[in-house]
Design a binder for this molecule. Structure first.
Ligand code: 289
Ligand code: CA
Length: 161
């Protein structure tokens, strides 16, 4: 179609497609798809989208689930991102969710998957405490607070895109 509105008055816009070929898309259809994507299991904050898989997995499997989907486990880097994620965890009603960060390299020094130290944290009072000496992963409680926890525990999978 030519022009910027379609035969039924809908808005059209150019958008980049993975196939590299530019494609003409109905703006109305695009925003409908976006709403559907975020409906119930998604949260958009800034440039990030968090989406829950709605099932529980141990940390390594959760990492794989997100990587296969083209994302990664969530790294909330500020209060707004933490709040958006917390709303998803609370609404899903399946308990705590894994975050991306671990202190597997150096005990007590939590880092993002790329190895950088945290720029933001929201630890529950008294955490991280490495209880039992084996808590190298991080869970977010339904209230948004963080706790270090063994990576072998099963937690809600949420991915960041
Ligand atoms: O095994 C210890 C965990 O169940 C958690 O117990 C308490 O909630 C706190 O001590 C937490 O730090 C700990 O991860
Ligand atoms: Ca702990």
């Amino acid at each position: 179609p030519k022009g910027d509105s379609g035969p039924r008055g809908e808005q059209w816009a150019w958008t980049a497609m993975p196939a590299t070929r530019p494609c003409f898309y109905a703006q109305t259809e695009k925003s409908k798809g976006w709403k559907m994507e975020l409906f119930l299991h998604g949260q958009s904050v800034g440039q990030k989208v968090f989406k829950t898989a709605s099932f529980l997995k141990p940390f390594q499997e959760a990492q794989q689930v997100c990587a296969q989907a083209g994302g990664q486990l969530p790294s909330p880097r500020n209060a707004a991102e933490n709040e958006a994620l917390q709303q998803l965890v609370e609404f899903e009603n399946k308990g705590a969710a894994f975050l991306s960060m671990t202190d597997s390299q150096t005990e007590g020094r939590f880092t993002y998957p790329g190895g950088e130290p945290l720029v933001y944290s929201n630890w529950n009072p008294g955490e991280p405490n490495n209880s039992g000496g084996n808590e190298h992963c991080v869970e977010m409680y339904t209230n948004g607070k963080w706790n270090d926890r063994p990576c072998g525990e099963k937690r809600l999978v949420i991915c960041e895109f």
